[in-house]
Design a protein around this ligand. Sequence first.
Ligand code: ADP
Ligand code: MG
Length: 242
Amino acid sequence: MELDGITFGYDDQPTLKELHLRLKPGEVLGLLGRTGSGKTTLARLLLRFYDPQQGCIRLAGTDIRECKLAELRSKAALVTQNIEILQGSVRDNLTFYDDRITDEAIIGVLRELGLRGWYESLPEGLDTPLASGGGSLSAGEAQLLAFARVFLTDPGVVVLDEASSRLDPLTEHRLEQAVDKLLTNRTCIIIAHRLTTVQRADQIVIMEQGRIVEAGPRTKLASDPESRFSRMLAAGLEEVTV
Ligand SMILES: Nc1ncnc2c1ncn2[C@@H]1O[C@H](COP(=O)(O)OP(=O)(O)O)[C@@H](O)[C@H]1O
Ligand SMILES: [Mg+2]
């Protein structure tokens, strides 16, 4: 994944300024920065919810603007704590109407994610309608369902906007395991809010007001007492980023 001089603004004020970034296949990038620094905006550009005003984003050497949108969305996925619930059944919400995905595959993934109990509580199984807005789901369940979608479509690139609020310990544990599985054999950008997640990153990027203010291998930055990253670690990360 390559970001080559990305500048983007929602209006005439730039939100992202001259970003350069390179990730090798299978690498994990931990993206840090205060609220409003532009992390989510960057994630949106990678999935082409918006296109940059300057610069280009390449996946495996191809400008993502040359990819069909459906193709891009099968190669790259965005996982956030605010899962978009479609007006439809649990099955529709997990497969996005892709009928090549079998019920067995869906149930297998739900079981792996520790959602078996939730699945068994559904009155009509996978045919149960999911309330739009996801009102019937806890925050942890919503995030786990977003993971289930990713495992069923199996993209090579994942952007994870990690839940910033604390969840109950059991859900936390399930999410930890899901993140481990998510990172295996994928190129990932994790907008990280937790120390445990940051420890899994190969590379770290810190953003401030739409610019990259620090970037480098995690171990190198962690061992440099002058780095912003090591100061964040010392402060416990969450206080600095949220
Ligand atoms: N849809 C939008 N329209 C206009 N401005 C936006 C929109 N989304 C985010 N912004 C602005 O862009 C800046 C970066 O926001 P965001 O990317 O959400 O940061 P982060 O994820 O790091 O908290 C903020 O100033 C925010 O107000
Ligand atoms: Mg954000």
